[in-house]
Design a binder for this molecule. Structure first.
Ligand SMILES: O=C(O)CCC(=O)C(=O)O
Ligand SMILES: [Fe+2]
Length: 300
């Protein structure tokens, strides 16, 4: 089946390792050597408590963004990538954000922080990292979510493009993707999920309406590229080894005026809401604490 027909069914494209390995490795090495990748990345507990600083700690478009310092045309102008992205979201699409993502090994995380993040469903480490290092994104795993989680009140016609800059083994927090999980449209994080097995998982639009889906664990080599709809559930386990996973991620949106994109066709098939005012229910937005007890982590 052609990859775009497959996308219409599954909401995911696995392009395989199509991006120049040598250039990926060079980019990886530049990120790797640009900072103190150790416990030195993090603030002290005392400093954190004196100013939890929980907002705007991630790179933005044109703001505090290490990925914007590089010529990424070997990715963006790759003919296969460009052709498929243009067909999906139109040639007049907008790149809302490109950023590097680092999957953080446990041995960098200070003890005080380990206790905190172990309970979090979405361990984005931005607010715990020293301000000078916040030009890339840091994760200690994130449970199954839709990327719509970043876009409350907006139609989920975005796509995420994700490139592995190093070889990602089973221990290195590979992406887990639930194929076809767009069918219920926008649902709130944390999601109704059960019976997680190697190849499948059950996901519900409510406690009463579960369906079984195929799951893919994206163990893959340097230069492997993936693309998914912002309605597709995916997540990562915390790292299980000392090598960080370094990736590059794009958030891309079609132009509002363009109605002839394949993503518009994809959204037409969805039986459910295409946007949501409240996208998550795991954090108290007025405090730095996550509502840990109520929900169980799936990706541990
Ligand atoms: O890199 C990770 O651990 C999280 C990846 C993810 O969910 C994303 O980039 O959308
Ligand atoms: Fe995501």
């Amino acid at each position: 089946m052609n990859i775009l027909d497959n996308f219409l069914k599954k909401g995911l494209i696995n392009f395989g390792s199509i991006i120049d390995k040598k250039k990926c490795k060079e980019l990886h090495d530049k990120v790797f050597s640009s900072r103190d990748l150790s416990e030195g990345l993090f603030r002290s507990e005392k400093d954190f408590l004196s100013n939890p600083d929980s907002k705007k700690t991630n790179p933005g478009k044109g703001k505090n963004n290490f990925a914007e310092k590089f010529d990424l045309s070997f990715i963006e102008k790759n003919p296969v990538v460009k052709k498929n992205i243009d067909l999906l979201v139109g040639e007049d699409h907008e790149i809302l954000l490109k950023n590097f993502v680092i999957g953080v090994p446990d041995n960098w995380i200070p003890t005080w922080l380990k206790k905190k993040t172990e309970k979090q469903l979405a361990a984005n480490l931005g607010s715990y990292v020293k301000p000078e290092y916040r030009d890339v994104t840091y994760f200690r795993g994130i449970d199954f979510h839709m990327d719509l989680i970043d876009h409350a009140n907006s139609i989920g016609d975005n796509i995420t493009v994700y490139l592995y800059l190093n070889d990602v083994t089973e221990d290195m927090s590979p992406l887990n993707v639930i194929e076809g999980s767009h069918v219920f449209g926008a649902t709130k994080f944390p999601h109704y999920l059960k019976n997680n097995t190697v190849n499948s998982i059950e996901y519900g639009s409510s406690e009463k309406n579960f369906k079984k889906f195929q799951k893919k664990v994206l163990i893959a080599e340097t230069g492997s590229l993936f693309l998914w709809s912002s309605f597709i559930l995916h997540g990562t386990q915390p790292q299980k080894c000392d090598t960080p996973r370094i990736s590059l991620r794009y958030d891309i949106k079609p132009n509002k005026k363009n109605k002839n994109t394949l993503i518009a066709k994809f959204l037409n098939e969805i039986q459910g809401d295409l946007s949501m005012p409240i996208v998550r229910d795991d954090i108290d937005l007025n405090s730095t604490d996550h509502k840990q007890i109520k929900f169980q982590k799936i990706l541990k």
